[in-house]
Design a protein around this ligand. Structure first.
Ligand code: CP
Length: 309
């Protein structure tokens, strides 16, 4: 893989970049089985996590990943920082860059903020989710989880169900899966599913269409109320219309389909309790693989700060 400073979107990566990061994810996961779960790959390097939006999985798994590569990790907590006194993103980054960070992992509610930061600093910047735009590390862990389950991503059919319109996960994960040769379809409430003519991705609005399409993987999304100023669809019973109910779970089981979800999950909305414990539910695998995928991403990026060594 050619030296690459930042990871902002999947679109910015070559096929070779994608293949290399995925292949190393497997090697990184092998480290988990060792009694000492740590390698010195990033010893002496500094990693900062800078999250302007809440996160459980992404932030903690990036921090675990950086620790397992022996980097020094600093968590920037926005709610107790000078951001609450009105300090801008630009000035915050300037301040933090004076501390000579090598990697900055950033999440922000506005699309484009990680790209702007990447242009202004020598550190490697990793987009940990920006608005409804992109979430590339999620895409890598999703692709890896499907590869691990089926041996190959190519040829698999994945239907992404829910609030596609506001989902950075849908955008990044559908991009990487299609680049790897999978077929992707979208299903959800009409106003939340983009038209096929704009995306090239088949668009369904009910479960019968989903089952007729014969997917291998059902990938659920949360309805992202925080990105809607006004309701986009009548809020009747979302679970009955679009969720995995116990009845649908029986059909999914008969067809031996897998279930994925990036988290956080809203039980009783997009997924019933029983589906969380279903034999082919890969949600915990996604979380575990998130650490390995993020180790691989950190390992393959090259901060410009390294030129000063
Ligand atoms: N999937 C995901 O981004 O989860 P968090 O918001 O908990 O990081």
């Amino acid at each position: 893989m050619n030296p690459r400073k930042d990871l902002i979107t999947i679109d910015s990566l070559s096929d070779e970049d994608i293949r290399t990061i995925l292949e190393s994810t497997s090697a990184m996961k092998d480290i988990f089985t060792k009694s000492v779960k740590k390698v010195p790959a990033l010893k002496g390097k500094s990693v900062l996590t800078l999250f302007y939006e809440p996160s459980t999985r992404t932030r903690s798994s990036f921090e675990v990943a950086a620790n397992r590569l022996s980097a020094d990790v600093t968590t920037f907590t926005v709610s107790t920082s000078s951001v609450v006194k009105g300090e801008s993103v630009h000035d915050t980054i300037d301040t933090l860059m004076s501390m000579k960070m090598d990697y900055i992992i950033v999440r922000h509610k506005n699309s484009g903020i990680p790209a702007v930061i990447a242009r202004h600093c020598k550190a490697s910047v990793i987009n940990a989710g920006d608005g409804a735009h992109a979430h590339p590390s999620q895409a890598f862990l999703d692709a890896f989880t499907i590869k691990e389950k089926y041996g190959e991503v190519g040829g698999k059919r994945v239907v992404i169900i829910g609030d596609i319109l506001h989902s950075r996960v849908a955008r990044s994960t559908s991009t990487i899966l299609r680049r790897l040769g999978a077929e992707v379809a979208y299903m959800g409430p009409g106003p939340l599913v983009p038209q096929e003519k704009h995306t090239g991705i088949p668009r369904f609005t009910n479960w019968e269409q989903v089952f007729q399409w014969k997917p291998d993987v059902i990938y659920l999304l949360r309805v992202q109320n925080e990105r809607m100023d006004t309701p986009f669809f009548p809020r009747g019973d979302y679970h009955q219309a679009f969720g995995i109910t116990e009845e649908r779970l029986r059909r999914i089981d008969d067809l031996n389909l897998s279930i994925m979800h990036p988290g956080p999950v809203n039980r009783g909305v997009e997924i019933c309790d029983a589906a969380m414990d279903y034999r082919n539910t890969l949600i915990n695998n996604q979380v575990e693989n998130g650490i390995a995928a993020r180790m691989s991403i950190l390992y393959h990026l090259t901060p410009q700060t390294q030129n000063n060594d």
